[in-house]
Design a protein around this ligand. Structure first.
Ligand code: F6P
Length: 754
């Protein structure tokens, strides 16, 4: 209706203009017709004169002129001739019909006939005057003045006017109809085009045809400019000097995301409730890089965290909706626990996630195992988490942060149920090259699931590139490499690198820490390490990707190659138990224990072991004291998305002492070049690096550590979350504009307002 009214606003003036033009044109048309008729009447007059010439010559024989009079009277009975006058060669009016104007002389008639406007009024009717010479054999005998009736011309002219007006009106209606149809079609076309453009499909023809080929270059150019601007904006944001902290993240949520609901989904929960002594319930923080990074963000966001409730006493502390406020005693956010049966946990977590995806993505020389039953369980559990997200969503467009390889199918499942949600998926582990990824029997489904995300984040550009190449290899998707955007089945996913990090300690937290010397003394006392020993530490889960075995070989080689460290060096390895249900992990742990025992046998003595293996869970404060007590921290992952242990070590050393030895295969190596970067597979190189760290002058330690600290302080976890959420906010804005345009278009078509 609204479009129709809009079109009426355009059409009415058009009709008025057309009718006006018709009225202006009519006098001109009248004049033209008159002129044509005058010419015709002139010819007709000549014809009448010549056909009468013989009869006139005969009638002239009558000297009284009666015959001529009778002849003329007869002739004017012709309805087209009004009057006739007969003039002598001397211009004297000799005979005239009664209708001939009394006061008109021959000279007057001749003048009139010769003039441009040979018309005059006779008895209220218009006549046209023509004069013709009549000749006999003897020569000219006189002149015939004929007065032709013009009323029939006026009648015809009236008819012509009517036809003309009817024709113009008809034409107007046709033009109006055509205009309305064309306007409707082009409005729809433009609306469709604009919506497609804003959706990011643009007017560019999607795979399989369609679209407007002639507009392709324009649309491409337009979209490319928009993306350039967005990229520029994003670069400006990420390179910005502004410091990121919890307050800034909160401000971002308040302003750019207008307090929208944030839902985090991860397999691992941020706190586990376990049974303690007697009837007590204790709270434990799991050894997880994911939890280390996401928990402080969640405190700032005050949202809902959905995770698998895996603690022994978890069910005892939740409310009837399976929710528990966290962190303990503060209630900054709430945890919604999802319960899994042992069978589900076996298939989804141990099976598909940790025997399939984990080795597949880490390429750490452990074969992935893919079982159909695990895949079924993985799919079913992803669906259960999607249901939980829908149940927890307070609106149809929450911001959902999906974490890690446990949930590759979840983004598309959420997208199906909450199409307006902004889904940020972060993949915490590496993404392999397309060949390696290709061995997964469900590679297409995994990629399709992840492409349900609005934004898909990796730690490094390299992993993002591997993902895009995998999509390119196994799916029919359109990829804009320049802008890192994948379009699949009408939806876009922005693939970007967001290096994860840790929350930098506040001055109050730093002030509350025991000094490094105290930590050192305490550790020495606890483990019986002599005070003159140099200490290296490693802090990991008992996982084959962490390079713990290679590290032990390097320690052994150090003691062989640099015997001065024998009796003066201790290596403390914290190895949190993990996934012990799996044979691969149990065998790995046994191997580590065997190698540690061998080294201790070679270079130590009972109570003076070189390698101190601590295979228990350690709370964050305990780990922090260990970092502060150490001279060297060894991070030798064979392949790691990022690795946060190295960043935690750096953050703990406010005394700017200690040396970090870091694997080049950890994502963190790209951000922390002041560490001693090593190839963990090269035992000799790692042994040399440990030696170099042990002998490094204090000034060099300070310089390196100061630089490392400033990097981690700035690129902290709030920047990680802030960059992702800023991109999400930008995306949501774009979607909202797009929806508004779409709504406007639909209202335009249906005629509704609002
Ligand atoms: O490295 C990826 C990651 O999800 C880490 O965040 C976490 O440390 C680990 O894998 C998962 O461990 P778990 O299986 O014990 O949750």
């Amino acid at each position: 209706m609204r479009t129709f009214r809009l079109q009426l606003r355009f059409l009415l003036p058009l009709v008025v203009v057309l009718v006006g033009a018709a009225y202006l044109a009519l006098p001109i048309v009248d004049q033209l017709t008159l002129r044509w008729f005058a010419r015709d009447l002139g010819l007709r007059g000549s014809l009448v004169a010549s056909s009468l010439s013989e009869s006139i010559s005969d009638a002239l024989q009558d000297p009284k002129g009666r015959k001529l009079q009778q002849l003329f009277n007869r002739v004017v009975e012709d309805e087209r001739l009004v009057a006739i006058g007969w003039c002598s060669p001397l211009g004297e009016l000799l005979v005239r019909t009664p209708t001939f104007p009394r006061d008109m002389s021959c000279a007057d008639a001749e003048r009139l006939a010769a003039g441009a406007d040979a018309n005059l009024l006779v008895r209220g009717g218009r006549v046209h005057v023509t004069a013709h010479e009549v000749t006999a054999e003897s020569g000219p005998v006189g002149r015939l003045i004929l007065m032709h009736d013009l009323s029939f011309i006026e009648r015809r002219s009236l008819d012509t006017r009517r036809y003309l007006i009817a024709m113009i009106a008809g034409l107007g209606v046709i033009i109006a109809l055509v205009t309305m149809i064309v306007a409707q079609l082009s409005w729809r076309g433009w609306m469709k085009g604009t919506r497609a453009l804003l959706r990011g499909e643009g007017l560019v023809r999607p795979l399989g045809g369609g679209g407007s080929p002639e507009l392709e270059p324009l649309a491409m150019e337009l979209r490319s400019r928009l993306r350039d601007l967005e990229d520029e904006y994003r670069r400006g944001q990420s390179n910005g000097d502004a410091h990121w902290d919890a307050q800034r993240l909160q401000a971002l949520l308040r302003t750019q995301l207008r307090g929208d609901q944030v839902i985090v989904v991860s397999n691992r929960e941020p706190y586990l409730h376990e049974h303690g002594e007697g009837d007590t319930v204790i709270v434990r923080r799991p050894a997880s890089g994911l939890v280390t990074a996401v928990e402080p963000v969640m405190r700032a966001c005050s949202g809902t965290w959905i995770a698998h409730g895996s603690g022994g006493a978890d069910r005892e502390v939740v409310d009837r909706h399976d929710r528990v406020p966290l962190p303990p005693g503060r209630s900054d956010y709430r945890l919604r626990r999802v319960w899994l049966t042992p069978k589900e946990e076996q298939g989804y977590y141990y099976g598909f996630a940790n025997e399939g995806m984990w080795p597949l993505c880490h390429v750490a020389h452990v074969r992935p195992v893919f079982r159909e039953s695990d895949w079924e369980a993985y799919r079913a559990v992803n669906q259960r988490f999607a249901d939980a997200v829908v149940a927890e969503a307070r609106s149809d467009d929450p911001v959902v942060l999906v974490q890690d390889y446990h949930f590759a199918l979840l983004p598309a499942m959420i997208r199906r149920r909450l199409p307006r949600a902004t889904i940020l998926t972060f993949w915490h582990i590496p993404w392999p090259n397309p060949e390696s990824f290709g061995i997964c029997p469900w590679r297409e489904e995994i990629l399709q699931g992840l492409l349900g995300s609005t934004i898909l984040g990796f730690h490094t550009r390299f992993h993002g590139k591997n993902f895009i190449e995998s999509v390119d290899r196994y799916l029919e998707a359109r990829i804009e490499h320049e802008h890192s955007v994948v379009s699949y089945r009408g939806e876009e996913t922005f693939v970007e690198a967001y290096p994860i990090s840790i929350a930098w300690p506040t001055p109050e937290e730093e002030a509350a820490k025991p000094s490094p010397a105290e930590c050192r003394r305490e550790l020495g006392e606890r483990l019986g390490i002599p005070s003159d020993h140099r200490i290296a530490v490693g802090v990991d889960r008992f996982d084959y990707t962490k390079g713990i075995l290679e590290r032990l070989h390097a320690v052994e080689r150090l003691l062989e190659k640099y015997p001065q460290w024998q009796g003066r060096f201790t290596f403390v390895q914290v190895a949190a138990p993990t996934r012990a249900v799996l044979e691969e992990y149990r065998a790995f742990r046994a191997r580590i224990e065997a190698v540690a025992a061998r080294i201790n046998e070679r270079f130590g003595a009972p109570g003076k072991e070189v390698v101190r293996l601590l295979p228990q869970h350690h709370e964050p404060d305990d780990v922090d004291r260990l970092y502060r007590a150490a001279d060297v921290c060894l991070v030798t992952s064979l392949h790691d998305g990022m690795n946060l242990v190295c960043k935690e070590f750096v953050a703990s050393r406010d005394d700017e002492r200690g040396v970090l030895v870091l694997s080049r295969f950890a994502g963190a190596a790209r951000e922390l070049p002041e560490a001693l970067i090593v190839n963990p597979y090269h035992v000799e190189e790692v042994a040399d690096a440990i030696h170099r760290a042990l002998v490094m002058p204090v000034a060099e330690q300070r310089e390196r550590m100061a630089n490392l600290r400033s990097s981690v302080r700035e690129d902290n976890v709030y920047r990680w979350a802030g960059r992702m959420l800023t991109d999400a906010a930008r995306w949501r804005l774009r979607e909202r504009v797009s929806e508004r345009v779409q709504r406007h278009g639909e209202q335009g078509r249906t005629g509704t307002t609002g």
